[in-house]
Design a protein around this ligand. Sequence first.
Ligand code: ZN
Length: 239
Amino acid sequence: MPGSFKTEAVVLRSIRYGEADRVLHLYSANRGRLGAVAKGVRRVRSRFGGRLEPMARVKLVLHEGRGELCTVTQADTVHAHAGLRSRRDSLERGVQACDAVLRLLDTTDPNPPAYNLLCHELALLDVEPRAAARAQALAFRAKLLLAAGFAPELASCASCGEREHLSGFSPSAGGVVCSACEAGAFPLDAEAHSFLVEAMARPLPDFPSASEPALRQADRALAETLEHHAHVRLRRVAA
Ligand SMILES: [Zn+2]
């Protein structure tokens, strides 16, 4: 039904459209994924200024017509994340975070934990240069899987329920596996296992640290869980 509505959203991606417009992929607080056209946004004297850049958190008024895309009629900045944009490594992590949300959360079902997580991640990257570390990016990804309903089983063997001798990770079983159920699994050392457990349990700014080999294993566990269960392929989190 045509009409206008208000929402808060993060701009995940912005694509040139026509002479002066852009199509925005938005992740909104109360309507999940939305697509919207920002008319005239590429003109020098656009009424939106630079407020609709990727990674910006904005308050929007959107007009819903008959087509698939809404039209942006008003945009106010909640958080521009200027600090994040000033550092290349922070910027890359911010782009990665938005890309992960873009691929993983593609329905109009609202997911407030996922929305809040993305907002916290961008705000953290904005103020804390050390948050551009690989361990932090993986902690965000682990928490995003949790928010999206794809968290791997980490407490006991995903095949038989055994709580001891957990030595591997099986993407098809959906989590850690014991030494008796290792077929089709790859090694997940104790350090990588506890990294994943702590990453999901702790608040984002208190992300755990681990050695590079452990982070590589954790990265693989998260990526292959998504490939297997969400049919989503994310780029691995580079060091
Ligand atoms: Zn088992």
